[in-house]
Design a protein around this ligand. Structure first.
Ligand SMILES: [Zn+2]
Length: 603
């Protein structure tokens, strides 16, 4: 058997945010071993060039220094040696996101993609990782939370861990610090959540609710053969939100105040958002971590890898995340419809949906979705939000046209059987083919319009089939996310067609919508609002002030562009009706009720 690669990581200088990472290769390439750092991390489609965080690097063999030559931005080659070689690097970790590595005197968190070199040509060898504690007094109460298999380390302890190959090594994020840990079982499989920070969170309740969500998700596609454990790593700071999926774990960030305290009993909007995040990352253990696009098998971590299918892997996941909350009974159908109304609103508010298809959005994720500029709402569409609505449309369309015989659940089961455990990825036309195969329908027009094109989705009709009324109204202020009927006594005024946000105590036009009053008047993104109609205009007072005007009122608008004061005439317009809310029809028939129940209470 080939010797394992021996890795170690040590929080060498927490105050300076420096890890020392070492790697010993038993049988290096006799022509000079090449070592590489990933340029990106699976699940986050942007080139991040993690090698830039390598502060110093050296190699040695048999106690003698070996020369290392930089080959590319992310790779090094050692001089040829015929004995084991050890590379030692200092790596800076001060990125407190789920995609990064972070180290300070309060904790350590890292993704392997950010700190571990791969051994070119020997990526398939097993890896042993020694996780070493920092020097006292730092780290006195620290525990280690990772889904990596222990080999010698005590549960939640420092010591040796093991992975089958490099791809697995970097798929287990590690959190080290003062942790609150809760454990539960899902279909007999041990699950845990390790929470950094705030200990007043009601961890028993969180475990209870997570178990319900995981059981719901597992009832759809069943437990993968290699799923023998699962870990949620949760960072709960004062602000922040996000998640990243892995095969046996996920990293989550959710602001502390969204999580339930021991005295709380209801599901607040913030907690509902957190449960949706958990549900989303957990669903990924099937949809992207095991079943993935063919172009991702295996991942090429040195440069962009394109697929038109991110809408399948993120959009369908975004559909099933909130759906699992209502199907499991954690939230009511009304609460689910509020979330759905908010998603529809997000999509409707971006005219970019009329310019870019979700297939294009998927392909260009690297340079567009992950690198959004002020024109994003005019130019691009989210493959998450619109992808979720395509999944919804597809599910309801299949149900309607097959009279309830075929659903998206059936499609996902066939996809999972075909591409989930085989190691062969889904081809670019895979989902569409399975939809047609399972339902017997010709769905070309639907995919042409919704996926490859920029057609509006037939949501009104499809939701109506389930006894749900699709309604649109004008937005009422910048914090109106939709999902609820507006306040009838408080009619919104005309709009400027731009988003005004508070930035460094100034009110700045962040996005300017194509063909809206602000753009027609000459406002540009980045302009600082000064006055409208002779009175100060701010992000805070804009909605209130606009209510006092009428459609087509023409006013003086004054802005700063850089240090130049500009005055322009703006002709107000009625705000578009792009805020959606959904309601169960009171006069619905029994058939519609039973269709809705079959959809929202499946399994
Ligand atoms: Zn996702």
């Amino acid at each position: 058997m080939n010797a394992a690669h021996l890795y170690s990581i040590w929080p060498k200088n927490p105050a300076a945010h420096l890890y020392e990472v070492s790697l010993t290769v038993e049988t290096p390439d006799p022509n000079g071993q090449v070592f590489e750092m990933p340029a990106w991390i699976p699940g986050s489609y942007m080139i991040r060039d993690y090698a830039k965080h390598v502060v110093s690097i050296r190699a040695e063999s048999d106690g003698c220094a070996v020369n290392l030559r930089k080959l590319t931005k992310s790779s090094w080659q050692a001089d040829a040696v015929n004995r084991p070689i050890t590379v030692v690097a200092e790596v800076y970790g001060y990125d407190q996101s789920v995609r990064g590595a972070h180290l300070d005197t309060t904790h350590a968190y890292f993704n392997g993609s950010c700190v571990f070199l791969s051994v070119a040509g020997q990526e398939d060898r097993s890896c042993v990782l020694a996780i070493r504690p920092p020097e006292a007094p730092v780290g006195k109460d620290w525990r280690v939370a990772t889904s990596m298999r222990r080999e010698g380390a005590e549960p939640y302890g420092f010591g040796d861990y093991v992975a089958d190959d490099y791809a697995e090594l970097i798929d287990h994020p590690v959190e080290i610090g003062q942790l609150s840990i809760g454990e539960f079982n899902v279909n007999g499989i041990p699950h845990a959540i390790a929470i950094r920070g705030q200990s007043r969170i009601d961890i028993a309740r969180v475990c209870h609710d997570l178990q319900i969500i995981c059981e719901q998700q597992m009832s759809l596609l069943g437990a993968p053969e290699d799923l023998d454990r699962y870990l949620f790593l949760l960072d709960a700071p004062g602000s922040g939100y996000g998640g990243l999926e892995h095969r046996w774990s996920s990293s989550l960030v959710c602001e502390r105040d969204k999580l339930p305290l021991r005295s709380d009993t209801d599901i607040s909007n913030g907690y509902r958002t957190f449960l949706g995040l958990v549900s989303h990352e957990y669903f990924h253990l099937w949809n992207i971590k095991r079943m993935k696009p063919a172009t991702f098998t295996p991942y090429d971590l040195s440069s962009e890898v394109h697929t038109g299918l991110l809408w399948v892997f993120e959009g369908i996941t975004s559909y099933y995340d909130d759906l699992a909350l209502v199907r499991s009974g954690l939230i009511s159908p009304e609460s689910y419809l509020e979330l759905l109304g908010q998603t529809i609103t997000r999509v409707l508010r971006g005219a970019g949906r009329l310019r870019q298809s979700v297939e294009e959005s998927s392909f260009d994720a690297w340079t567009k979705f992950y690198k959004q500029d002020a024109n994003a709402s005019n130019a691009i569409v989210s493959y998450y939000a619109k992808g979720a609505l395509i999944a919804l449309s597809l599910d309801l369309k299949l149900r309607q046209e097959t009279h309830g015989k075929t659903t998206l659940d059936d499609v996902m089961k066939v996809c999972w059987d075909r591409w989930g455990q085989s190691g062969v990825g889904m081809p670019e036309d895979g989902l569409e083919a399975v939809c047609e195969e399972v339902s017997g329908l010709d769905l070309t027009d639907f995919f042409d319009a919704s996926v490859r094109g920029t057609g509006e989705l037939p949501l009104k009709k499809l939701l109506g089939y389930c006894g749900i009324k699709y309604q649109l109204r004008q937005a009422n202020g910048s914090d109106d996310k939709g999902g609820k009927p507006g306040n009838k006594t408080d009619t919104p005024g005309p709009w400027l067609g731009a988003s005004l946000i508070q930035r460094d105590s100034r009110s700045v036009f962040a996005a300017v919508y194509n063909d809206g009053p602000a753009e027609l008047a000459g406002v540009a993104p980045g302009d600082v609002a000064v006055a409208l109609d002779g009175i100060a205009l701010t992000a805070e007072n804009a909605a209130r002030r606009l209510k006092t005007y009428r459609d087509k009122d023409t006013l003086e608008l004054v802005v700063f562009r850089g240090d130049e004061l500009l005055s322009m005439r703006v002709k107000l317009e009625l705000a578009p009706k792009n805020t959606c809310y959904l309601q169960i029809k009171s006069d619905t028939d029994e058939k519609a009720d039973s269709r809705r129940n079959a959809w929202l209470h499946a399994n």
